[in-house]
Design a protein around this ligand. Structure first.
Ligand SMILES: CC(C)(COP(=O)(O)OP(=O)(O)OC[C@H]1O[C@@H](n2cnc3c(N)ncnc32)[C@H](O)[C@@H]1OP(=O)(O)O)[C@@H](O)C(=O)NCCC(=O)NCCS
Length: 166
């Protein structure tokens, strides 16, 4: 398996994968909008591809903000049912973190499982002074300080525009 950047030709297969991985169509709809959004970052749209050329996993991370400062919002991430719990999601997370470090980004923020994301270094965002768009998300709203992180970036987190129409 390799992790590589997504190409526009991958999108039908990626959207089908996301539809298969989530019980509701909302994530695939969001992803369609993220592909077309100004906040789309080609270096942070990654597929996991098998030796046979099948796309087994996908993750996207888009421009976001903490107050006026640049940040990143991760999601959706999905692995094809049948291939989950074999390390593909972890490989996509590590590749995203490495690419974001290469881009000298400071933070990645996401909403997700408190069982899964702490293993990659994510902590509750409020412990870093990052205020959630929705306080009911509680400790599921998490952030990771990247290599270039400079403490003191307090403020309200704002996702890329397509997240606002969820
Ligand atoms: C979440 C997801 C991307 C993880 O990818 P994956 O390839 O299955 O995960 P990995 O193999 O890298 O990691 C497996 C580990 O994560 C845990 N894990 C996986 N998905 C989890 C979840 N949704 N909640 C809690 N723990 C999870 C497993 O228990 C396993 O733990 P272990 O190593 O201690 O046994 C994948 O399961 C998926 O597509 N799920 C459906 C869509 C989804 O829920 N996306 C995330 C929304 S936040």
């Amino acid at each position: 398996m390799i992790i590589r950047r997504e190409h526009a030709g991958d999108r039908p297969e990626v959207l089908a994968l996301v539809e298969a991985a989530f019980p509701e169509p909302v994530e695939a709809r969001l992803l369609r909008e993220l592909f077309a959004a100004r906040e789309y970052l080609p270096r942070l749209s990654l597929v996991a591809e098998s030796e046979r050329g099948e796309i087994l996993g996908y993750v996207i991370t888009t421009r976001a903000w903490i107050g006026a400062a640049d940040s990143l919002g991760l999601g959706p991430i999905a692995v094809l049912p049948g291939y989950q719990r074999q390390g593909i999601g972890s490989a996509l997370m590590h590749a995203t973190i490495a690419a974001a470090n290469d881009m000298a980004e400071q933070t990645i923020v996401l909403l997700g499982s408190t069982e899964y994301y702490p293993r990659f270094g994510f902590v509750p965002a409020d412990s870093m002074g990052i205020a959630s768009p929705d306080p009911s998300w509680g400790s599921h709203f998490m952030a990771l300080a990247l290599d270039a992180f400079v403490p003191g970036q307090h403020g309200h987190f704002k996702y890329s525009e397509p997240f606002n129409s969820l």
